[in-house]
Every structure is written in C-alpha cells, then in structure tokens.
Design a protein around this ligand. Structure first.
Ligand SMILES: *Cc1c(COP(=O)(O)O)cnc(C)c1O
Length: 387
C-alpha cells in the first residue's frame, strides 16, 4: 500500500497504515532504524530526520499506524504509558486545576498526587459516573479533564460523549485513558474527547514484551504543543520498541476479538460459580452500566473483576492453585494473567480509599488471554475445587 487511506477497515490499517515498503530496498517490514543521528547534505539541509529523540523513521511509521487505528490525525509515542501522561500534564502550569475520575490507574494517581501536585497543579478526584458531578467540579482555573473507562479494577464506566461535551463548553481539554478497550473497541475521539492516551504495554502491543505509551490527537494546536514536549522532555521509545509494538498492532483486531470471546464466556462462568460472590464485567447484564457499555464500546474486552466467597485466605489458596493463569501484574497480553489488587497493583492506594472503591481482600482481577477457553475454564475449575 502506497499511501494510507483511512477509509480502509481496521484490520487493513493495522497491517498497512504508515508502513509502505521501504523505498530503497523494498523491505516489506519497516526496518528498525537503529540510529541516533542522520547525515546532512549541507548544514541544516537534511531529509527531515536530524536526531532520533526528535524523530526516527521507525517511530514515524508506528505513530502513523497508531493515529490511523484510533481514527485520529496525529499520534505521539512514548517510552511508557506514564511518560505519555507526563507529557499531557506539561500542557498545564502551576495554579491550573485538573478534574480526574475517582478510580484511575494507581500510577496515574501517583504522578498526579506525588509529582504534579507538589509542583503547584490542583487535582480533584470526582465520581464521573454521574456527569453532573463534573459540572460542579469545574472551576475557572480548570484546564484538564482526565477520564479512564472502564476503570481499573472496579470496571466502572464514564460517559465519554457527555463529559467531553461539558468540558468543551468550558474550554477544558478532555483526555481519555483508553488502555482497557484499546483502539479496537472504543474510539474516544469520535465521542468528542481531545486526547486519547494508551499504555501500549497492554492490549495495543499485546505480547507482554514492551513497555510503552501513546497519545492520539486531532487538534493541530494540541499536537504541536505535545510534540514540543515529547522532544523537549525526551521520554521517547527506542526504534526496536516501536518495531515490536507495530508488529503487535498487526493482530490487534484478531486478538481483541478472542479476548472478548473468552472474557464474555469466563464472566458468565464465574457468575454461575457457587464459590463466587459477585462478578464485575461490562458485558454482563448485571453490570450497572451495561447500557452505556453497549453505547460507547463495540466489545467488552478481556478484563474481569470478581469477589471470591471468603477473604484473604480463600483468595490466596485460589491464586496459588492456578496452573495456566499466571499470577502477575499487568494485563492485555496474549497469555491469561490474574492478580490480587489489594496486595499487588493497588497497594499504593491508601487503605481507606481502597475500601471506598471496594478493593477488598476477596477481590480478584483477571486478564483473559487468547488461549483455548476450555483450558482456561478447566484451570479455574481445579483451583476453585481447592478452596
Ligand atoms: C498500565 C497502565 C498505565 C501506565 O502505563 P505504563 O506503560 O505502565 O507506564 C496507565 N493506565 C492504565 C489504565 C494502565 O493499565
């Protein structure tokens, strides 16, 4: 494919966007341009590439692919999801105010609370499942709205379209962390959000072998400002990592479909299991926001949270007994992972907040991989039998 035509389907874009054969050799796969610098014909006369912090051809191809998949004009790649968050927060200055959902990724809370708050930014954490709470929280100095949907680990949803509209009317930039749905199942820009952020570490790369982040944006002005910070701060991904995530993206549509199939089936299985107290999954009709999930997502994904009957002892026995599900942090890879939020991913959240959010000792979070469903179910069966 010579030029990227954004009318093409998702799978076609995942494989071709930004990646025409390399012009000199015809190499079908984008080369890993493992170079820091580029020869100039005459001082200041160059090919468009001067230094790899600023731009690198492997990163250019990867960014174009990210933009096409999210349905955006521009993408910027970073060395981690949190480096992408950091870049966005640099749009603000001391005295500016941020409204953030009350249930965001622990690392997002940490960079807001421990890095940017001491530097003079102000944050309010608000239950955004009720859009009217945003109206009440916006002040004259509010500059940024931060949404994450579904949230981690309680899988609460916020209405992107309603919240982005409220923000826009008050000149507040809206950002959505789209990590849990990936570009395949949810398109926040189409619902009016200004910025989409991904930890590409998760579904976008999908193979648990790269840490990375991305921002996708339509506005020329926001893009120019963010691109300046991407270069000025310098938390860019290495060419090899750009190549690896680009390779992962080629199967994003296939992987997400299987994550979703397995997610739906395992959520239904857990909901019927006598040793399970409660299951949270946006695809279940028992999820309080199931209708919103159907409105703004085209699938429900592979993330499930459930409460096992009992407490820490039962949780531990269950988690130690699994053979196929790996007990590990992170999510979104081809392999199924499982974890205990209170002790593992969400230990940095104050105990009181954990309690308010329902992150209890019997809460377990599952990232359904793309293995054969029957094997996953058998593994859960044998672990439940030991509890
Ligand atoms: C993992 C994660 C992040 C942070 O990304 P890193 O790549 O680990 O820096 C941000 N948001 C969500 C929802 C995540 O799951």
């Amino acid at each position: 494919m010579k030029e990227t035509n954004t009318k093409l389907g998702f799978g076609t874009l995942a494989i071709h966007a930004g990646q025409p054969p390399e012009p000199r050799t015809g190499a079908v796969m984008t080369p890993i341009f493992q170079t820091s610098t580029y020869a100039q014909r005459s001082p200041g006369e160059h090919t468009g590439y001067e230094y790899s912090r600023t731009d690198n051809p492997t990163r250019t191809a990867y960014q174009e692919c990210l933009a096409a998949l999210e349905g955006g004009k521009y993408a910027l790649a970073f060395a981690s999801g949190l480096a992408a968050n950091d870049c966005i927060l640099h749009l603000l200055k001391p005295g500016d105010h941020v409204v953030c959902g009350d249930d965001v990724y622990g690392g997002t809370f940490r960079i807001f609370d421990k890095v940017f708050k001491p530097m003079g930014l102000e944050f309010d954490y608000v239950d955004l499942t009720k859009p009217e709470n945003l109206d009440k929280a916006i002040r004259p100095n509010t500059k940024l709205l931060w949404m994450e949907t579904p949230t981690n680990p309680t899988l609460k949803l916020v209405d992107i379209e309603k919240l982005a509209k409220i923000a826009r009317a008050k000149n507040v930039i809206s950002a959505v962390d789209n990590t849990f749905m990936s570009s395949f199942f949810q398109k926040p820009l189409a619902f009016g959000a200004d910025l989409v952020v991904h930890s590409v570490t998760k579904y976008m790369n999908g193979h648990s072998d790269v840490v990375g982040g991305a921002i996708i944006v339509n506005s020329d002005d926001l893009y120019q400002r963010l691109k300046f910070y991407q270069n000025a701060i310098g938390a860019v991904p290495a060419p090899m990592d750009c190549f690896l995530v680009m390779r992962g993206l080629k199967t994003l549509h296939l992987r997400m479909e299987r994550h979703d199939q397995n997610g739906r089936a395992i959520a239904a299985y857990l909901e019927k299991h006598p040793k399970v107290e409660k299951v949270i999954y946006p695809g279940l009709t028992s999820h309080p926001q199931h209708e919103l999930a159907k409105k703004q997502m085209t699938g429900f994904g592979g993330m499930i949270t459930f409460y096992i009957k009992g407490g820490l002892k039962e949780s531990r026995t269950f988690l130690e007994s699994l053979q196929l599900f790996t007990l590990a942090e992170s999510l979104g890879g081809v392999e199924s992972l499982i974890e205990h939020p209170a002790i593992m991913t969400h230990a940095s959240i104050p105990a009181e907040t954990r309690k308010e959010l329902g992150i209890a000792d019997n809460m377990i979070r599952v990232s359904c991989g793309v293995e054969d469903l029957v094997d996953l179910r058998n593994d859960l069966d044998q672990a439940f039998a030991r509890v």
